[in-house]
Ligand binder design. Structure first.
Ligand code: ADP
Ligand code: MG
Length: 343
């Protein structure tokens, strides 16, 4: 995915900020991971390392080799509604994962945040540590081109929020799911997730989505998926992988939609696809789906959900119907072998 060249960070004019779907972006540790990895992807990173301790409450660290932040702009990165990503105040054409300038200040409001960054043309980088809106440290630092963000003591001062995330195992599982989604969205980026110093997930950045699926779900599942597309519907195109009815899952966690490089739900499209499978699957079972949709950014609305977990596409129903039709005929052509049920 070609990313536009980096622009300086600036504070959005109030009229633009007011139109941005506001809301609590940082609900749980996985939200921090999602926002930080998305920033790394927007920075054009080819390699992203994530490490997590204590369910994300003790420490989350995300390190990338992206474009970095010039030292003089680093404080701005922590300011509300300051972003380098929104050109011409244009919320109608969003080509980056972030655009609201909210993630870093929101994280800094509920944790201690250290950001170290350097650009390839600066001899040294800069590191800032903030907590509760106060700067605790600000110093020059040696850092390879790229950015490292470390978040500690998440929600420590917010007992109510903390009460919701007490189960460390559940948080770790959610973090792994979020990283899986991001890895599926960005097959060209090498991503590693360490939990308590153990590598739990790793992709090679091969650029091949089937390879990523194999790295995440194992070669048996990946090699049994049926490729489809590219399918052209108006100015959209869609390709991807779907499971044969022999391979089912007990949850919807293996339904992935990637729109212009962003993992997101498209309810309409997924509902139409699940309907295509429904006569073929046992009750309560779900397929494995990876739909990769490319659309004119002007035809995609990502500004409808604070965590950007849902997108709305122009002609979503037509698109969903066309994909479902294609998948139906693909399944009809595929001989059934055996049925196995698996978690
Ligand atoms: P947004 O991503 O919506 O712009 P953020 O609060 O997540 O808002 O980040 C604010 C700004 O800080 C970004 O616009 C970007 O310029 C800079 N930034 C944050 N993380 C990184 C990173 N990993 N690499 C380069 N720049 C970054
Ligand atoms: Mg961001």
């Amino acid at each position: 995915v070609a990313r536009p060249p980096r622009r300086p960070i600036r504070v959005l004019p109030p009229n633009v900020a007011a139109r941005i779907a506001a809301g609590e972006v940082i609900e749980r540790p996985a939200s921090v991971v999602k926002e930080l990895v998305e920033n790394a992807l927007d920075a054009g990173a080819s390699r992203i390392r994530i490490s997590v301790r204590g369910g994300g409450l003790h420490e989350i660290r995300v390190s990338d080799d992206g474009c970095g932040i010039p030292a003089d702009e680093l404080p701005l990165a922590l300011q509300r509604h300051a972003t380098s990503k929104l050109a011409e105040d244009d919320l109608e054409r969003i080509e980056t994962l972030g655009f609201r300038g909210e993630a870093l200040p929101s994280i800094a409001a509920v944790a201690e945040l250290t950001i170290a960054s350097a650009t390839s043309d600066a001899p040294v980088g800069r590191q800032l540590t903030v907590r509760g809106g106060r700067i605790l440290a600000d110093e020059p630092i040696a850092h390879p081109p790229g950015t490292t963000v470390t978040v500690r003591h998440l929600f420590e001062d917010l007992p109510a929020r903390l009460a919701h995330v007490r189960n460390t195992r559940a948080e770790m599982a959610e973090i792994a799911r979020v990283v899986q989604r991001l890895a599926i969205a960005a097959p060209h980026v090498r991503i590693a997730l360490r939990i308590e110093d153990r590598v739990v997930l790793q992709t090679t950045g091969s650029g091949d989505r089937r390879v990523v699926l194999s790295e995440l779900y194992g070669p048996t599942l990946a090699s049994s998926l049926l490729p489809f597309g590219p399918l052209k519907i108006g100015d959209c195109s869609c390709s991807g992988f779907v499971s044969s009815p022999d391979l089912t899952r007990s949850s919807r966690r293996h339904l992935h939609v990637v729109v212009n490089g962003r993992w997101a739900q498209s309810r309409t499209v997924l509902a139409l696809l699940e309907a295509a499978y429904q006569p073929l699957l046992p009750r309560g079972r779900h397929p494995v789906l990876v739909l990769v949709i490319t659309a004119d950014p002007a035809a995609v609305d990502v500004n409808i959900h604070p965590a950007k977990l849902e997108v709305r596409l122009r002609a979503e129903r037509e698109l969903g119907q066309a994909i479902a039709e294609e998948v139906r005929s693909l399944l009809a052509r595929t001989p059934r072998r055996f049925t196995f049920l698996e978690a």
